[in-house]
Design a protein around this ligand. Structure first.
Ligand code: SAM
Length: 232
């Protein structure tokens, strides 16, 4: 059976590349973005009442996974990238139809130059992600108190993160100019340790894009140091 669906919106995100995006929503609270609504769903009346909900479900496509296809088994990062599990026991982007779902904080509706945006935070989505549906998160039925979470363990371990004076000053200037939190975003992303499991033992320098800024950081055993934050 084939069905055709059309995107109702597109994500504007602080995440401009896959590296650095947290594995699930809600882990990086300072992550900000918006869903830009596309015609015919760019009508304010379609969101009347949504303001009384704090969180929404987004259903979307992992559009940057499509070209790589999918396999029936995957190695989830939760298992150190070593063991294989069935694709449908995972949240991998590489799946038939490449569909994903995330609960994000809903910050409100914004109209700008005739365009309609839903402001969100805590997202785990790449800039440009197509959105297929939006629904309110309803705790009374969506929250399952006695759910077993399999091999997915919520880790409270956070990597220690520090900034060089140069990087700190660059964040301050960016925040002043753009009115966006950058330092907190960098810190929260790095605290999650975005490195692939296979690279966790090595001391190495990395780069990642957040908003339009190139963030360079050094991973050492004890802590991560943000070396520089420069315009792309
Ligand atoms: N919460 C969603 C779910 O469970 O369906 C996403 C979980 S998935 C493990 C999250 C990862 O998908 C991110 O870390 C990022 O690497 C990747 N990702 C996010 N947006 C994407 C996109 N548009 N295309 C491809 N990969 C994407």
């Amino acid at each position: 059976m084939k069905v055709t669906i059309e995107a109702i919106g597109v994500v504007h995100s602080c995440y401009r590349e896959k590296f650095g995006i947290p594995r699930q929503p809600g882990l990086v609270k300072s992550a900000k973005g918006a869903v830009e609504l596309l015609p015919p769903c760019n009508r304010e009346e379609m969101f009347k009442g949504l303001e009384s909900f704090s969180h929404i479900w987004l259903q979307f496509q992992f559009h940057e996974a499509v070209a790589d296809g999918w396999r029936p088994t995957v190695r989830p990062p939760w298992l150190g990238g070593q063991k294989r599990v069935g694709l449908f026991a995972s949240r991998s982007p590489h799946r038939p139809n490449f569909l994903g779902m995330s609960v994000v904080r809903y910050l409100g509706l914004r109209k700008e130059e005739g365009r309609l945006f839903l402001d969100i935070s805590g997202l785990d989505l790449l800039h440009g992600t197509p959105v297929f549906d939006i629904k309110p998160y309803v705790p009374y039925s969506d929250r399952v108190a006695d759910a077993a979470s399999g091999f997915v363990q919520c880790s409270e371990n956070r990597v220690a993160v520090c900034f060089t004076p140069v990087a700190e000053e660059a964040c301050r200037r960016y925040e002043e100019e753009k009115g966006r939190e950058l330092k907190a975003l960098i810190r929260e992303v790095l605290e999650q340790d975005p490195r692939p499991a296979s690279q966790r033992q090595k001391q190495r320098e990395y780069g990642m894009l957040l908003w339009e800024m190139n963030v360079r950081w050094l991973a050492e055993e004890e802590c991560f140091t943000v070396l520089s934050v420069t315009e792309q």
